[in-house]
Design a binder for this molecule. Structure first.
Ligand SMILES: *[C@@H]1O[C@H](CO)[C@@H](O)[C@H](O)[C@H]1NC(C)=O
Ligand SMILES: *[C@@H]1O[C@H](CO)[C@@H](O)[C@H](O)[C@H]1NC(C)=O
Ligand SMILES: *[C@@H]1O[C@H](CO)[C@@H](O)[C@H](O)[C@H]1NC(C)=O
Ligand SMILES: *[C@@H]1O[C@H](CO)[C@@H](O)[C@H](O)[C@H]1NC(C)=O
Ligand SMILES: *[C@@H]1O[C@H](CO)[C@@H](O)[C@H](O)[C@H]1NC(C)=O
Length: 475
């Protein structure tokens, strides 16, 4: 997304005009909220409409992250039920669980009362306003629906009833959700998205490997989802792409589909040059290298490591200048960690890192590369790199190109083939550090508006208020 600086000038005067309006209308409980100036290119509404029309949260076409929410205390405190299969005890938990942890702890900190229905966990966070209701998972690993429903009923009938119910994916199944109008489900991957991954897997399959059943079964799964998704009242898509699919392909009414992009802790993931230097010293990353590529996460096939391995192997053997000037630093573990080591001293495989170390890792590298072929949800590692001020490079998957690497100004994308990946790596190398830094700054500027945990929590808070009472929907 281009940031249109000249548009700021009239915009600020508009803001000051509205502050006055807010003072006048503050008795009428109309909440005030305004647009970030970078959001004017949002589909549907043009710039002048955005400035002068009230925003109805339920009809908002784009990610709610584009809105700027006031940081003052919430107009009302909510009692919220959360259903999530597992509550993570460690910060490095991936996708869905990380989302659950970051979001709900932030909501509790804002004063809301959180009741978390989940399976037993070895180490539960003790935080104000957070109450855990544990149960044993079923043999298939799901939440025991009858049991959690009973626990829920007890909590709902003692003291205050719940204002809002949130389920991370199918934590609460559709059989229980169907009559609840004050419920929202967050999707971290839907079957339709995965079709793209299935196609890629099939294309890169070695001839001796058997064809995967997933490819044909996936479409059946999509149809199943289209049938049961309407039993959830409100849907939160974690990427613009999934929001579009839910409205268009899954045919869920517009006012029940909301887009809230994932956010990550902006206090942990931020640039810190001196810590980056320390990191380089500690792990002996030679100063002589003119380009440091970084990768992080689980080092498995799904995350595209076979592609990256082959691209690097070919480039290192065909171009000695590239080989001598580039180092690839890999954080994380998995089978491809050992294989990367075979590529020689240009590959530095560090194993998994704690979040604070991971923040230093991002600061130390020049560009973050994520060759993932798993088109599900919105990848956290890209957002972490971006908030640390780094440009990113990733596979052309719709969630990534639609919400994260939306232009060349912030990063690079490539189709998932060895040839295209090599081409992109050469391009990054030729662009060099100076250009990568400029792109990194643009990425961080955009990231601070969209991908912070604070922004994500504010968007959910507002949506939950609106689900609780439509009085809170018009901004
Ligand atoms: C914005 O849209 C409104 C309504 O469709 C239209 O009247 C107006 O001319 C548009 N403004 C611009 C600047 O395109
Ligand atoms: C449990 O969490 C606390 C606080 O975060 C931590 O100090 C402790 O080491 C953890 N224990 C286990 C067994 O993970
Ligand atoms: C929770 O309690 C309220 C108030 O008694 C009731 O109206 C509501 O139906 C209950 N919710 C569920 C899901 O049972
Ligand atoms: C939902 O409401 C319908 C009609 O009132 C009822 O037949 C059904 O049992 C309810 N389902 C649940 C899960 O409460
Ligand atoms: C490496 O690639 C660059 C850019 O494509 C090229 O200019 C250079 O000649 C190549 N060097 C070698 C040793 O192949």
């Amino acid at each position: 997304m281009k940031i249109d600086l000249p548009a700021m000038v009239p915009y600020f005067s508009f803001r000051s005009c509205c502050y006055i309006l807010v003072l006048i209308s503050s008795f009428s409980s109309i909440s005030f909220l305004y647009w970030s100036y970078s959001s004017v290119q949002t589909k549907g509404l043009n710039e002048s409409q955005l400035r002068f029309e009230k925003v109805n949260l339920l009809m908002f076409p784009s990610a709610l992250n584009h809105l700027i929410f006031p940081s003052r205390p919430p107009p009302r405190l909510l009692k919220i039920a959360l259903f999530v299969k597992k509550w993570p005890s460690k910060h490095q938990a991936g996708g869905l669980e990380r989302h659950a942890l970051t979001l709900h702890l932030a909501l509790a900190k804002r004063g809301h009362e959180l009741h978390i229905f989940t399976t037993s966990s070895s180490n539960l966070t003790t935080v104000n306003n957070v109450y855990f209701h544990l149960s044993k998972p079923t043999s298939a690993g799901y939440l025991d629906q009858a049991l959690i429903w009973k626990q829920f009923q007890v909590q709902n009938s003692t003291g205050q009833p719940f204002n809002v119910i949130h389920t991370e994916s199918v934590g609460l199944m559709h059989t229980r959700s169907r009559n609840l109008s004050n419920l929202a489900v967050s999707w971290h991957g839907i079957a339709y998205e995965s079709i793209h991954s299935d196609i890629i897997q099939e294309l890169i399959r070695a001839p001796e490997e058997p064809q995967s059943y997933a490819l044909t079964e996936r479409v059946v799964k999509v149809v199943e989802e289209i049938k049961f998704f309407p039993r959830y009242a409100h849907h939160v898509a974690t990427s613009d792409h999934v929001g579009d699919i839910l409205r268009r392909v899954y045919m869920i009414p517009e006012e029940r589909v909301h887009i809230i992009l994932n956010g990550i802790d902006e206090e942990i993931f931020k640039p810190d040059v001196s810590k980056g230097k320390e990191f380089k010293l500690k792990f002996r990353i030679p100063e002589s290298k003119s380009l440091i590529l970084g990768m992080a996460g689980r080092l498995v096939k799904d995350k595209g490591h076979p592609l990256m391995f082959e691209a690097l192997r070919q480039i290192f053997s065909e171009n000695s200048t590239f080989r001598d000037s580039v180092i690839v630093v890999v954080a994380g573990d998995g089978p491809w960690g050992e294989r990367y080591k075979q590529l020689g001293s240009n590959l530095l495989v560090l194993g998994p890192l704690e979040p604070s170390q991971l923040a230093r890792f991002y600061t130390a590298i020049d560009i973050f590369v994520n060759p993932t072929i798993r088109a599900q949800g919105l990848d956290h590692t890209l957002l972490e790199a971006i908030l640390t001020g780094k440009t990113v490079m990733a596979t052309k998957l719709a969630s990534i190109t639609g919400s994260v690497i939306v232009s060349k100004d912030v990063g690079y994308t490539f189709p998932p083939t060895v040839g295209s990946l090599k081409k992109a790596l050469y391009e990054v190398w030729k662009d060099g550090r100076a250009i990568l830094e400029i792109k990194g700054e643009s990425a961080r500027k955009r990231g601070l508006q969209l991908f912070t945990a604070t922004k994500m929590a504010a968007a959910y808070e507002r949506l939950f208020l609106c689900i609780y009472s439509h009085d809170y929907c018009v901004l």
